[in-house]
Design a protein around this ligand. Structure first.
Ligand SMILES: NC(=O)c1ccc[n+]([C@@H]2O[C@H](COP(=O)([O-])OP(=O)(O)OC[C@H]3O[C@@H](n4cnc5c(N)ncnc54)[C@H](O)[C@@H]3O)[C@@H](O)[C@H]2O)c1
Length: 183
């Protein structure tokens, strides 16, 4: 059995109170990591959310902050209706690779997780309300949407010693949706 032990590690997460972040925070804490959590939500609201998630206060430090790194399959797949979102994600991937080169000598690794359409958070409403979007997502992702847990597993892997030699990479967890269109 392979277990991931992150005790002694400090891991910083931005946008740490969102739907995709929830299982990520749970899994990293369960693996023993200390978390530095950043989100734009005020501290009292953040502490309430983390308490609802049953995250022990001793396992995290929270800073209300404006910041940055989860990409999306649309970064590499031109898409109608969301040009600014897709372009921003493409820029984020390039920025992360530049940072990976910049910090390579220091031992800091910079990688990106790229989900497909996740059955949580920011895409819930458009998936529920737009039949054309729903049909597209189910067609390109083999009829399934990503679970937030699968995205959390990708983060857990990249934070773990199993990924010690992985740097500047985009790890897609998207059922292959980002590869291209399927007829
Ligand atoms: N849900 C999906 O289908 C999907 C698919 C691909 C990629 N993504 C990406 O995954 C990430 C998380 O998405 P989600 O669905 O969990 O969204 P969400 O809206 O549930 O969570 C986003 C979190 O980020 C915080 N936030 C927003 N702006 C911020 C800022 N400037 N600084 C710090 N924190 C900020 C919000 O307060 C919120 O807690 C996003 O980058 C999104 O683009 C989501």
């Amino acid at each position: 059995m392979i277990t991931i032990d992150l005790s002694g590690k400090s891991i910083l997460i931005t946008g740490a109170l969102g739907a995709i972040a929830e299982p990520m925070v749970r899994k990293l804490v369960a693996a023993g990591a200390t978390l530095i959590l950043l989100d734009i939500k005020p501290e009292a609201a953040a502490r309430q959310t983390l308490s609802d998630w049953k995250i022990p206060p001793a396992s995290y430090i929270y800073f209300p902050t404006d910041i940055i790194f989860t990409s999306s399959y649309v970064a590499r797949m031109p898409h109608t209706k969301i040009p600014s979102y897709a372009s921003a994600k493409a820029a984020l991937e390039s920025f992360a690779r530049c940072m990976a080169l910049e910090y390579a000598d220091t031992g800091i690794r910079v990688n990106v997780v790229s989900p497909g359409d996740v059955a949580a958070g920011s895409s819930l409403r458009v998936f529920d309300e737009d039949p054309a979007y729903r049909e597209f997502v189910l067609r390109v992702s083999l009829g399934r949407r990503n679970s937030p847990e699968s995205i959390a597993n990708a983060f857990l892997f990249l934070c773990s010693p199993l990924a010690n030699e992985i740097n500047g990479q985009i790890l897609s967890s998207d059922f292959g949706a980002g590869i291209g269109n399927r007829l």
